[in-house]
Design a protein around this ligand. Structure first.
Ligand code: ATP
Length: 701
C-alpha cells in the first residue's frame, strides 16, 4: 500500500506547503480528488512558493468543487459539513487516504482559513463588479459580499457576474406592453387553445395564465414546474400572445428561436410544439428547436462561438427548455450573445438534478419560487391582466425583482391516469419518510412496482430486462425482423425509426457508474441476459468488424446488432449531440456483385426527407453502451417504463434530486429495484446543496 511517509506528523501539514502537497497527492491516488485539483495547487505553489498550505488546500478544493458542479467553495459550509459539502468519500474510492479531508479540515477554523486566503498574488479579495472583472489577474477570487466567504476560480466568478449583471439589466428595462391589449390577447389565446379539462376548471388559480402574463411583461422570465405541469403548453401560448401583440401593433413578426441543452431534449420540445402547431393555427410560432450550442454557432476546433456581445444573435425572443441542465458558462455565453432588447424565457424543473458542469443556474434562481414572493403591485397587475388572484400567502412586499419574473406551475396534467408516478415524485420532493415512501409500492398503484433483488443474477431482474412488452425485449424483437435486403431505403429507415421509438419504451436507470449496480457492471450483465434470452446475437467475444464480419478487428469488438449507444460528447462533424441515442443495426450496402448487410448505427435525424442517419460505427469517437443509463444522462428524456436501480449501500451520490429525476423520467410505469430498505429513504433525506453567489449577486446588492 502507498504511504505518504509523513507518519504521525499530520499535525504539521497545515504549516508546511510541501507536506500539504504530499497529502493532496495521496488524495488523488486514493481517488478522492482529481489529479487536476492536486496539480492546480502544485502550480500555485510553484508560482508563489510562500503561499500558505491553507490557501493551497482551498485552491485544490475549489477545483474539486467545480468538478462536482459547484461554481465555488463555500468556506463556512466546507468547515461545518465537510463530507456533504465536498461529496466525500467519493462514489467509488480507490482506498482510504492516510489523512482524510475531513480530518485535515478539523484542524482549521473559518477565521483562520479566510485570513490565509488574503494573498495579493493569488487571490483577488476585493473583486468589485463585473465591469472591473478583467482588471484583476489573480487566479482566485474571494467574494465575501454575501457575508459568506466564497472562493472561486476567476473564470467561474466572471461567468456568475456576467449572468447576474445581464439578468439585472433585463429585469430593469421592461418592454413597452399595452396591458389592456395584453389582457385581451391572453384571454383570446387561452380560450382558443385551452383544453378546458375538468381539472383545469376546478383549480382556483390558473398559473399558466400568470406565467404567460409575466413572461410577456419582462425581458427575462422563468417558468418552472414539475413534469407535465404545462411548461411547453404555456410557452406556446406566450409566443402566440407575443406575435398577436406584434400583429396588433402593425409590426413584423418577432424572430423567435427555441433551444434546449441536448439534442434529445431539443427533439422532445420540437415534437411537443409541432403537435400543438398541428392542432392550432399559430402564426409565427416556430417548431424547430436547436441545441443551445448550435444556436450560438460553435467555431470549429475551439471553445468559441460565432455569436457573442460583439455579434449578437439576430433574435427577438429565445426560449430555452430543460434549463436546469444549462451550466453557468453556457448560460453566461447565451446571455452575452442576446441583444439587449430580446426576451429570454427559461423553462425547467427546478427540483431536477442540475447540470453536470459547474453552476446550477436554474436551481439557484428558483430557490424562492415555491413561495413566489410577489409584491402587492405585481399581484394587482396579474389580476388586472390575467384575471387570476394570487393566493395571499404568496404575496410578500420584501420580494426581489427576480421573484417577480418567476412563475411556478403547480398542477401536473401528465399523470392523470397514472397518479402514482406524480404522487411519488412529490413525496420524494417533500422528503417523505420511509413508511410513506414504502406505502406507494404496496399495490395501491398499478403503475408503481418494486423488485427486491440481492444481485443482478436474480430471475426477477432477468425477466424484467428481457420482457418482450415492458423490457428491452420490446425493441430487440423488432430489430430481429429487418426488411428484405433489397427493400427500399425508405423501408429500412421506417424499420429503424420504429426500433428507435420502441427503444424509448423502456430504460433502466442507475445512480452509480461502477460496480454491479453501476452502469458499467449493469451493461455487461444485461448484454449477457439478453444473449441468453436469444435477443442478441450469440457471438459476444468474437470481433464483428463493422464492414466485414469475416475479418475480426479487435478495436471494434463491441459492435453487434441491437447494441444501443449514447453519444457522450458533441460531434459537430457528424451532427450528433451529447445524449443522442443510436441503435446498431444491419444496413444494406452495395458491394461488387450485389448488396450486403453491414453494421451501422441508426440515429433519428429529424429530417422528413432523410429521417434516419446511418453512421459507420468506427466514426463514433465518444459513445457508450446504454442498456443502463445514469440518471444524470437521462435528463431531458422520458420513457414509457422507467426502472431505477439503487445500490446495496448508501452513497453520497444518492440524493433527493437524483431519485426525483429518475422517477419523473417515467411516463406510464415506474419500477424501483433495490434491496437495502435504508437506501431509498436515506437518499430522499439528503439534498444537493449547490453553492453559488448568483442569487445574491442579482438581488442582494
Ligand atoms: N391547462 C391544461 N389543461 C389540460 N391539459 C393540459 C394543460 N396544460 C398542459 N396540459 C397537457 O399536459 C401534458 C403535459 O404538458 P406539457 O408538455 O406542456 O408539460 P411540461 O411541463 O412541458 O412537461 P415536461 O416536464 O414533461 O416537459 C400535455 O399532454 C398537455 O396537453
Amino acid at each position: 500500500m502507498h504511504s505518504t511517509g509523513l507518519g504521525k506528523n499530520n499535525n504539521l501539514v497545515m504549516t508546511d506547503p510541501a507536506r500539504l502537497l504530499i497529502i493532496l497527492d495521496d488524495w488523488a491516488r486514493a481517488g478522492w480528488i482529481r489529479w487536476l485539483d492536486t496539480e492546480f495547487a502544485v502550480f500555485l505553489h510553484r508560482q508563489v512558493p510562500d503561499a500558505s498550505p491553507a490557501l493551497l488546500l482551498a485552491a485544490a478544493l475549489t477545483s474539486h468543487q467545480n468538478g462536482h458542479g459547484h461554481v465555488c467553495l463555500d468556506i463556512h459550509y466546507c468547515l461545518s459539513e465537510p463530507g456533504t459539502a465536498l461529496s466525500l468519500p467519493p462514489e467509488s474510492p480507490v482506498r482510504q487516504p492516510e489523512l482524510t479531508p475531513q480530518q485535515l479540515l478539523a484542524q482549521l477554523d473559518s477565521a483562520q482559513w479566510t485570513q490565509a486566503l488574503h494573498n495579493a498574488l493569488l487571490v483577488d479579495d476585493k473583486p468589485g463588479t463585473d465591469m472591473q472583472a478583467e482588471a484583476g489577474n489573480q487566479p482566485l477570487v474571494l467574494d465575501s459580499s454575501s457575508g459568506r466567504p466564497l472562493l472561486y476560480l476567476r473564470r467561474f466568478w466572471r461567468y456568475e457576474q456576467t449572468l447576474a449583471h445581464s439578468i439585472q439589466q433585463r429585469l430593469l428595462s421592461r418592454p413597452d406592453v399595452d396591458d389592456r391589449l395584453l389582457s385581451s390577447c391572453i384571454k383570446t389565446i387561452f380560450e382558443q387553445l385551452s383544453q378546458n379539462t375538468a381539472a383545469e376548471l376546478t383549480r382556483d388559480c390558473d398559473w399558466q395564465r400568470i406565467a404567460c402574463g409575466l413572461a410577456v411583461r419582462q425581458r427575462f422570465s422563468i417558468i418552472t414546474g414539475g413534469p407535465g405541469t404545462g411548461k411547453t403548453t404555456t410557452v406556446v401560448k406566450v409566443l402566440a400572445v407575443l406575435q398577436a401583440l406584434q400583429h396588433a401593433a402593425g409590426q413584423p413578426p418577432l424572430r423567435i428561436r427555441l433551444a434546449a441543452p441536448t439534442g434529445k431534449a431539443a427533439a422532445r420540445l420540437s415534437t411537443s410544439i409541432t403537435s400543438q402547431l398541428a392542432r392550432h393555427d399559430l402564426q409565427g410560432v416556430p417548431g424547430d428547436v436547436s441545441t443551445v450550442h448550435r444556436l450560438l454557432g460553435p467555431v470549429r476546433n475551439s471553445r468559441f462561438f460565432r455569436h457573442h456581445a460583439g455579434n449578437p444573435l439576430p433574435v427577438d425572443v429565445v426560449v430555452v427548455d430543460e434549463a436546469s441542465m444549462v451550466d453557468v458558462e453556457l448560460m453566461a455565453l447565451l446571455l452575452d450573445a442576446l441583444p439587449a432588447q430580446a426576451r429570454l424565457v427559461l423553462l425547467g424543473d427546478k427540483d431536477q438534478l442540475a447540470s453536470v458542469e459547474a453552476g446550477a443556474v436554474l436551481g439557484s434562481l428558483c430557490q424562492r419560487a415555491a413561495l413566489a414572493h410577489y409584491w402587492q403591485q405585481t399581484s394587482d397587475w396579474i389580476t388586472s391582466v390575467t384575471g387570476q388572484h394570487v393566493p395571499d400567502h404568496l404575496i410578500n412586499n420584501d420580494g426581489t425583482g427576480l421573484d417577480q419574473a418567476i412563475t411556478m406551475l403547480r398542477y401536473s396534467h401528465r399523470f392523470g391516469a397514472v397518479p402514482g408516478i406524480g404522487d411519488l415524485a412529490q413525496a420524494v420532493n417533500s422528503s417523505a419518510d420511509a413508511n410513506t415512501l414504502n406505502a406507494f409500492f404496496d399495490g395501491q398503484y398499478s403503475e408503481l412496482k418494486r423488485l427486491h433483488i440481492g444481485n443482478t443474477r436474480d430471475t426477477a431482474f432477468e425477466q424484467l430486462i428481457a420482457d418482450l412488452d415492458n423490457g428491452y425485449g420490446h425493441y430487440l424483437s423488432l430489430a430481429r425482423q429487418p426488411p428484405a435486403t433489397e427493400a427500399s431505403s425508405l423501408s429500412w429507415d421506417t424499420w429503424a425509426l420504429d426500433i428507435l421509438q420502441a427503444h424509448g419504451h423502456f430504460q433502466l436507470l442507475a445512480a452509480l457508474r461502477k460496480g454491479e449496480f453501476g452502469v458499467e457492471g449493469l451493461n455487461q450483465r444485461i448484454e449477457s441476459i439478453l444473449r441468453s434470452a436469444g435477443l442478441l446475437p450469440p457471438w459476444q467475444e468474437r470481433a464483428f468488424d463493422t464492414d466485414d464480419a469475416r475479418s475480426p478487428a479487435p478495436t471494434q469488438a463491441a459492435w453487434y446488432p441491437g447494441r444501443p449507444v449514447m453519444v457522450t460528447r458533441n460531434d459537430y462533424n457528424l451532427d450528433l449531440m451529447n445524449g443522442d441515442i443510436g441503435i446498431t443495426l444491419p444496413y444494406p450496402l452495395p458491394v461488387p456483385g450485389g448488396t450486403e448487410l453491414r453494421l451501422r448505427v441508426a440515429f433519428t435525424a429529424g429530417d422528413k426527407q432523410k429521417p434516419v442517419r446511418w453512421v459507420l460505427p468506427s466514426r463514433l469517437q465518444s459513445v457508450e453502451t446504454v442498456f443502463a443509463m445514469t440518471v444524470h444522462k437521462s435528463q431531458g428524456s422520458e420513457f414509457t417504463h422507467t426502472a431505477l436501480i439503487l445500490p446495496q449501500h448508501e452513497n453520497p451520490v444518492l440524493t433527493r434530486e437524483l431519485i426525483y429525476t429518475g422517477i419523473t423520467r417515467a411516463v406510464r410505469q415506474f419500477t424501483l429495484i433495490d434491496n437495502n430498505p435504508k437506501v431509498l429513504p436515506g437518499a430522499v433525506a439528503s439534498s444537493v446543496f449547490r453553492t453559488s453567489g448568483l442569487l445574491h449577486a442579482i438581488s442582494g446588492s
